[in-house]
Design a binder for this molecule. Structure first.
Ligand code: 9YT
Length: 140
């Protein structure tokens, strides 16, 4: 059994910062759970464009108010505590944080933690990071 606490992750390489967000990676591929689990904070007044072309992601809001813009169908969805969204179609999207948002995120397949923070929002697969193109993947 694994037991971890957010305080143990803060300040380590599992706390990753970008311009508009910081993310605490509670569980990664190393833990061999088949998914990764993240506690992500998006800063007030920011918009973050993302596209996880190689991963499925579910995101559950536990703090803050914002709006999710689906760039594939143009729809906009209010985000508040208790809202979950699932990117089941690798949807391109923008998350607008009206106030600071705190989101619990799950990725399948799990992130390894070595992904480059590409501002296009796409993370490569583990194979791509090792320099091998995965058959069938689309390059952005
Ligand atoms: C809100 C969201 O999609 N967060 C994803 C996780 C975060 N970008 C990370 O840990 O890299």
């Amino acid at each position: 059994m694994l037991v971890k606490r957010l305080q143990e992750i803060e300040g380590t390489d599992r706390e990753v910062e970008a311009k508009t967000w910081k993310s605490r990676r509670l569980l990664l591929a190393d833990e061999k759970m088949g998914f990764s689990l993240h506690d992500t904070v998006l800063y007030a007044g920011t918009s973050t464009r993302m596209w996880y072309r190689n991963h499925l992601e579910a995101v559950y809001c536990i703090e803050g108010e914002g709006e999710l813009e689906n760039l594939d169908d143009g729809k906009k969805h209010p985000i508040a505590p208790g809202t979950v969204y699932a990117l089941d179609a690798h949807d391109r999207h923008i998350l607008h944080a009206h106030s600071q948002l705190r989101m619990v995120c799950v990725f399948n397949p799990p992130l390894t933690g070595l992904e480059v923070h590409d501002e296009s929002g796409a993370y490569p697969t583990a194979d791509e990071m090792r320099g091998r193109e995965t058959a069938g993947s689309v390059t952005s």
